[in-house]
Design a protein around this ligand. Structure first.
Ligand code: IMP
Length: 193
């Protein structure tokens, strides 16, 4: 079965490919010759993931899935959420995003937050959504060098290290993205039974 993952992030592609059954041949946007910027104009993670998956399905004819992730902070009413990548502006600058988050949370003792990933699958005439959530809290300062995005500020529940401190592939195996993709993998495996 050929399936497009609507991403050009090779790191994500390798990680996700390892979680799917070997009989799925996973293609990137580059593999299908899609070089245009796919609009991400929805105001929810679900909306953006669906926009991307539908775009590929409708324009290129391939079954496709797409992901969208946000950091949702309880004391900020779910912000930065769908705007996580561009919280501090269109530069998609992680350092600036973390600085903005710390300043918005200054004086806030409720540090509860969660990462939420939504995967949308456009398969034939059907659409399906899969969600992965990891709860945790936001520190008062950065810790750790690994990972990306808000990782140095986020401590997942059940751990004392931040995502940026967790050794090796541990973060990738417990992450919000891994949870959503494992639900997708389970769904795809039921199609073959
Ligand atoms: P995307 O939907 O995977 O592109 O994620 C949107 C934004 O959320 C990224 O630009 C990061 O700022 C943030 N983000 C997503 N996943 C993670 C993660 O695993 N750790 C830290 N930040 C993340």
């Amino acid at each position: 079965m050929k399936l497009v993952f609507a991403t050009n992030n090779m790191h994500k592609l390798t990680e996700v490919s390892a979680m799917l059954n070997a009989d799925i041949s996973l293609l990137s946007l580059k593999d299908i010759g899609c070089t245009e910027d796919i609009p991400e104009t929805a105001d929810t993670l679900e909306g953006n993931a669906l926009l991307k998956a539908r775009f590929v399905k409708q324009k290129y004819g391939y079954d496709c899935f797409a992901d969208d992730t946000g950091l949702e902070v309880e004391a900020l009413a779910g912000a930065p959420g769908v705007f996580s990548a561009r919280y501090a502006g269109e530069g998609h600058d992680s350092e600036a995003n973390m600085s903005k988050l710390l300043s918005e949370m200054e004086g806030t003792t409720n540090r509860k937050a969660r990462f939420r990933t939504v995967v949308a699958l456009a398969l034939g005439e059907e659409e399906h959504l899969f969600e992965g959530i990891v709860g945790g809290h936001i520190l008062y300062e950065r810790r750790g060098m690994a990972g990306f995005g808000y990782d140095p500020l986020f401590v997942p529940d059940g751990y004392s290290q931040t995502f940026a401190e967790l050794a090796g592939g541990l973060k990738n195996s417990i992450s919000h993205r891994a949870l959503a993709v494992s639900k997708l993998a389970e769904f795809l495996s039921t199609l073959r039974k």
